[in-house]
Design a protein around this ligand. Sequence first.
Ligand code: ATP
Length: 286
Amino acid sequence: MTTALRARGLRKNYGDAAALDGVDLDVATGEIFALLGPNGAGKSTAVEILEGLRDRDSGEVSVLGTDPARADHRWRARIGVVLQEARDFTMLRVGEAVRQFGSYYPAHRDPDEVLAAVGLTEQTRTLTSRLSGGQRRRLDVALGIVGGPELLFLDEPTTGFDPAARRQFWELIRSLRSSGTTVLLTTHYLDEAEALADRVGVLVRGRLVEVAAPERLGGRDRAEAVVTWEEDGKRCEQATPEPTRFIAELATLFHGEIPGLSVVRPSLEDIYLDLIGSESEHEGGR
Ligand SMILES: Nc1ncnc2c1ncn2[C@@H]1O[C@H](COP(=O)(O)OP(=O)(O)OP(=O)(O)O)[C@@H](O)[C@H]1O
């Protein structure tokens, strides 16, 4: 396994306040890593330092084998960036913006293929200033990938996307992974993290409090399941660490099909909210 990105002891202060308070992070080549955390946790600060767009106060950082604070244009051509704030291309048409942006990169992708991948083919001749919010965000994604990056940074990429556009975007990111692209993503959508990420990291007040696969975060894979069913016209509920065994016993009582059966485990959102809630209590108690 090779490492695309490595940070050790990453710190950043704004005045007296620590936005990043000693972050260690590893992202493997070809991995999709999602950085989660509440507003103000430090996600954009971390991502912008890794992109070489912001200075750090201390810590070691290596991105594609180079310190982003000392990187040159050759390194920059190997990464793709979708910032939280949209770039300003008001005078250009959509197709022109993608073509122009692609021309800065030696290994750029076919602009028409990129427009199709983000679902903007019909808007090729539209002025960028006339796009809707969600279409504007799709253009940002197109500009981030047109250079054919080895490593793609996506800061809240699907804000404003309608549900169909979000699914289409997920397919696009999966196809990038299949072609070996590494992706570091920040998102507030837990379903997005679950659908895309190989691993997620939870940042709270500038500290990475847990890193795990989405299905294992916060002991989720060991959490009790809640089994519900109907009996004598009433809803019954049982929390159990062994739902298979419990349902097998229930099935013998019912001699077959169990009415209204469902088995629910905590969602990634449940686990995430528990994690950041307990971290805040911990901080409050200091
Ligand atoms: N340029 C700046 N000057 C001063 N403080 C800043 C600056 N940029 C960010 N901060 C502060 O640093 C902290 C981390 O901000 P950051 O934008 O990295 O958080 P975030 O996790 O990306 O939040 P969000 O989910 O809201 O985008 C916040 O308290 C923010 O107010």
